[in-house]
Design a binder for this molecule. Structure first.
Ligand code: HEC
Ligand code: HEC
Ligand code: HEC
Ligand code: HEC
Length: 410
């Protein structure tokens, strides 16, 4: 081969390599807004700083500590117990908060998406329960599902085949729970086999209720701070390293033995429900792993959190609302008067369904914080008053705002 040809090949190869690199960089840039999909990827430690720096702590206390000008944002306070409720309450109380800001001549703080994600991560780990369950029902389930045949928990005496569940891990939170149940399930399955017990199945809210009971019975801290912030990029690596991808595709890329975990599924998915799903499917999953010769993976430290953050970033977890109900609410709450009935923008309010824009509770709060005061001024001008939201409205509204505009044309 002539050296001229070698040179050309080298130049072509370098160009291709550069283009690929550029492609990857562009792709990563494109993907980056999704990293802020949820509070999961915010850093609660940074959020605590943000809470002080932005002056929230000048009026609000958290769990009793801090100023008393505004409601305590802790669990014992007026606020509810989920991320959606927190945002809903913030929306409803916003005008009074703005007035207070004016009176106290506190300057109006602006946030970047990262700061808002950090702030929510902080409020979440310090104050909020991801999903509250019914602990009385959970206590019943502990017996009904047969856990009590092998486990005691605190004062509740049961079998001693498995450990007393009061003694497990530092925290019992949804993410930690998913990890623990996943890791210990094979040993449990073997014992159930001996006892001729069927693999218990969980539906709907049952896993939440059980978790609520277990948290209550064992006491202690309930904070997820040990595993947050989670890193979706690491989660994507784990998804491949742990062999999930051999059976599960993410939007069509990957195996087809198990369901696609990136698809837009109609069912609501919360962390605890997912723990329940993984538990339910465990025996089939292991059987499938055996046939494929895949070793059953276990998870340590923050790994499950990373994996879950990744599943969040591909939107396996739906917000759980209905776009149809959401559109109705959009009119009922008078949003349509300014933003148009299809939310594509009216004479006063901007288009809320721009292509590629995805609203989550966190960036909806960010939008409220940055655009709310002007929205409020307009509403006053028009004599509309501030549209207040009911608990449960938010998930439907977001489902509507996130639905593809193409769906309207049917
Ligand atoms: C100048 C005082 C002040 C500052 C600063 C302030 N707030 Fe508020 N906040 C209020 C008042 C007043 C209310 C509403 C009380 C009401 O309507 O009863 C409120 C309500 C809320 C609520 C609803 C609480 C509930 O349980 O009903 C949330 C959430 C909230 N604020 C978050 C924040 C965050 C986050 C920050 C910092 C970025 C912040 N606030 C800064 C005064 C303030
Ligand atoms: C047939 C007996 C049996 C039943 C029924 C059973 N378990 Fe277990 N469980 C065990 C054994 C044995 C272990 C220890 C497994 C190991 O070492 O990997 C265990 C471990 C656990 C752990 C991990 C404890 C730790 O040390 O971190 C949790 C959590 C748990 N079980 C929850 C449950 C729940 C919830 C139920 C009911 C749905 C249940 N178990 C039903 C036998 C059982
Ligand atoms: C060898 C194949 C295989 C591997 C590897 C595997 N799964 Fe599965 N998975 C399945 C099958 C099959 C099902 C459905 C079982 C059923 O229908 O009961 C399933 C179901 C699930 C579900 C419930 C899905 C739903 O929406 O109903 C989740 C979540 C899940 N797997 C997560 C994982 C994760 C995370 C990993 C990697 C740690 C993993 N799986 C590895 C085969 C596998
Ligand atoms: C009185 C008119 C009016 C009403 C009613 C109204 N909005 Fe708005 N909205 C506006 C205006 C004006 C802006 C832009 C403010 C700005 O430019 O800062 C806006 C901005 C927004 C934004 C931020 C857009 C962005 O860039 O991300 C969101 C989200 C939003 N509105 C949602 C709603 C929802 C949900 C409702 C009903 C509960 C509602 N609005 C009711 C006038 C209104």
């Amino acid at each position: 081969m002539s050296s001229r040809r070698q040179k050309i090949i080298l130049i072509v190869a370098t160009t291709v390599a550069l283009l690929v690199l550029l492609g990857i960089l562009v792709w990563q840039r494109r993907g980056s807004p999704e990293r802020w999909n949820t509070f999961l990827v915010g850093d609660p430690r940074m959020g605590a700083q943000t809470f002080r720096q932005k002056g929230c702590s000048g009026c609000h206390s958290v769990l009793g500590a801090g100023a008393k000008l505004a409601p305590d944002l802790g669990l014992q306070g007026a606020a509810g117990s989920s991320m959606n409720e927190l945002v809903t309450q913030m929306w409803n109380h916003a005008p009074r908060m703005w007035k207070q800001l004016k009176i106290s001549s506190v300057s109006f703080p602006q946030f970047t998406p990262e700061e808002m994600a950090n702030l929510f991560a902080y409020l979440y780990v310090t104050c909020y329960d991801d999903e509250s369950g019914n602990r009385a029902h959970g206590e019943l389930l502990f017996t009904q599902k047969g856990c009590i045949r092998c486990h005691s928990i605190g004062e509740n005496a049961g079998g001693n085949v498995g450990p007393n569940l009061s003694e497990i891990g530092p925290v019992v939170t949804p993410i930690f729970w998913s990890q623990t149940m996943w890791n210990h399930a094979p040993a449990m399955q073997a014992h159930m086999h001996e006892l001729n017990m069927a693999w218990p199945q969980f539906e709907g809210e049952q896993m939440n209720d059980l978790l609520a009971f277990i948290r209550y019975a064992r006491g202690g801290p309930e904070r997820e701070s040990d595993v947050l912030p989670a890193n979706p990029r690491r989660g994507w690596a784990l998804f491949r390293e742990k062999g999930c991808i051999a059976c599960h595709a993410i939007r069509g890329e990957g195996g087809t033995v198990g369901p696609d975990l990136g698809s837009d599924r109609p069912l609501p998915r919360t962390l605890t429900q997912t723990a329940g799903l993984m538990w339910n499917h465990s025996p089939e999953m292991w059987a499938a792993m055996k046939t494929k010769g895949i070793e059953r993976p276990t998870f340590e430290g923050g790994e499950m959190a990373d994996l879950i953050a990744f599943l969040y970033s591909v939107r396996y977890f739906e917000l759980g609302g209905s776009p149809i109900v959401g559109q109705e609410l959009f009119s009922e709450r008078k949003c349509s008067q300014c933003h148009g009935s299809d939310a594509h923008g009216g004479s006063i309010g901007p288009n809320l369904r721009k292509a590629g824009k995805v609203y989550t509770p966190v960036n909806f709060a960010l939008a409220l914080w940055s655009h709310g005061p002007r929205m409020y001024a307009k509403a006053e001008e028009m004599g509309l008053g501030w549209p207040s939201l009911n608990e449960g409205d938010l998930s439907h509204l977001l489902a509507f705002l996130n639905s593809s505009p193409v769906q309207d044309k049917r």
